[in-house]
Design a protein around this ligand. Structure first.
Ligand code: CTP
Ligand code: MG
Length: 271
C-alpha cells in the first residue's frame, strides 16, 4: 500500500494511481446468522483477509473500513489493532443499507486520490490476477467492475404463489406425526430469462477521481445495491472486465467453508 512506483519504458515516472479503497463492513450478516466478518478464515478474521488483499497492492494508497454504527466501539476494539497495523482508516457505516455505508465512507477519501474503489468486506477470496486486470483497466477507463458469466439457466419465479410441500417419510410420520415432516417451498416459474448479455457483477468496483462522490452528492446512490449502477444513471460508461468465480461473497453459513477451500487453493497457487 501507499504510493505506486511506476516507470515508463525509458525509466521516467509514469502516471501513478493512488486508489482509495472503501470496504463496507457495516452489515448485520442476517442471512449468515450473525457476525460473519469476525469468523476465522485460515487463522485470521474474514475482514482481515479481505483487507490483506489490498495492502499488498502498490496502486492502493488508502483503505477505509466502514464498521457498523451499532456496536461500533466493540468493532473498533476487536479490529482496531490490526487495522492500525495496516494503516487503515476506520469510519462508521450506515444502519440499514450498504449504499448509506458507502456514502458515509466517501467523506473520508483522501483529497489526492486518483480513483475510488469499493469492495465488499465479505469477499475475502481475491486473486492477484483479477486485481491486476481491474487496476489495469481502471487506469484507462472511468468505471470498471468485475463480472462473471452466468452458467445456469435463469428463471423468474412468483414467490407469492409458492406451495408448501411436505417431504414424506412413512416411518417417521407414523412415529412422530406428519406435522413434524420437513417442508419444501415450491415456487412456480413465470418465465425463463434469456441470459445472453447478462453477467453477475462482483467487487472491487473502481471509479476515476471523484466520480462516485459526485454521484453520491446528487443523491443517485440512494437505494442502489451496487455502486456502479449509480454511475450508470449518470450516463458514464461502466466497463466489465473478467471477474473470478472464486471471488464469492460470504452470504450463507455454508459459504464460509467454501471460502476456506478457495483460499487454500489461492495460497498454494493452485487457483
Ligand atoms: N454492508 C454495509 N452496510 C450495510 C449493509 C451491508 O457495509 N448497511 C456490507 C456488508 O458488511 C458486506 C457488504 O456490504 O461486507 C455486502 O453485503 P451483504 O453480503 O448483504 O452483507 P450483510 O448485509 O451483512 O448480510 P445480510 O444482507 O444477510 O444481512
Ligand atoms: Mg445485506
Amino acid at each position: 500500500m501507499a504510493g505506486a512506483i511506476a516507470c515508463g519504458i525509458d525509466g521516467t515516472p509514469a502516471f501513478i494511481m493512488k486508489v482509495s479503497i472503501i470496504i463496507p463492513a457495516a452489515g448485520s450478516g442476517e442471512r449468515f446468522g450473525g457476525d460473519k466478518l469476525s469468523r476465522d478464515l485460515h487463522g485470521r478474521p474474514v475482514l482481515v483477509r479481505t483487507i490483506e488483499a489490498f495492502t499488498r497492492r502498490d496502486e492502493v494508497a488508502q483503505i477505509i473500513v466502514a464498521g457498523p454504527p451499532d456496536g461500533f466501539e466493540l468493532f473498533a476494539d476487536r479490529f482496531g489493532p490490526v487495522l492500525g497495523f495496516h494503516g487503515v482508516d476506520l469510519v462508521q457505516g450506515g444502519r440499514a443499507d450498504r449504499w448509506e455505508t458507502v456514502s458515509l465512507a466517501l467523506q473520508a477519501v483522501n483529497e489526492d486520490a486518483t480513483h475510488v474503489g469499493v469492495h465488499d468486506a465479505a469477499r475475502p477470496c481475491l486473486s492477484e490476477a483479477m486485481l491486476d486486470r481491474i487496476f489495469e483497466a481502471a487506469d484507462r477507463l472511468d468505471a470498471v467492475i468485475p463480472g462473471v458469466d452466468i452458467s445456469s439457466t435463469v428463471k423468474e419465479v412468483d414467490r407469492k404463489r409458492s406451495q408448501d410441500v411436505a417431504v414424506t417419510d412413512a416411518l417417521a410420520d407414523a412415529i412422530l406425526g406428519s406435522e413434524t415432516a420437513d417442508r419444501l417451498e415450491a415456487m412456480p416459474v413465470t418465465r425463463t430469462v434469456p441470459r445472453d448479455g447478462l453477467i453477475l457483477a462482483q467487487t472491487p468496483q473502481i471509479f476515476r477521481g471523484d466520480l462516485l462522490s459526485r454521484v453520491a452528492a446528487k443523491g443517485m446512490m440512494d437505494g442502489v445495491s451496487d455502486d456502479a449502477s449509480a454511475v450508470e444513471q449518470l450516463g458514464v460508461d461502466v466497463h466489465v472486465v473478467p471477474g473470478d468465480p472464486c471471488n464469492i461473497k460470504i452470504t450463507q453459513p455454508e459459504d464460509l467453508a467454501l471460502a476456506a477451500a478457495i483460499l487454500s487453493g489461492l495460497r498454494s497457487g493452485g487457483l
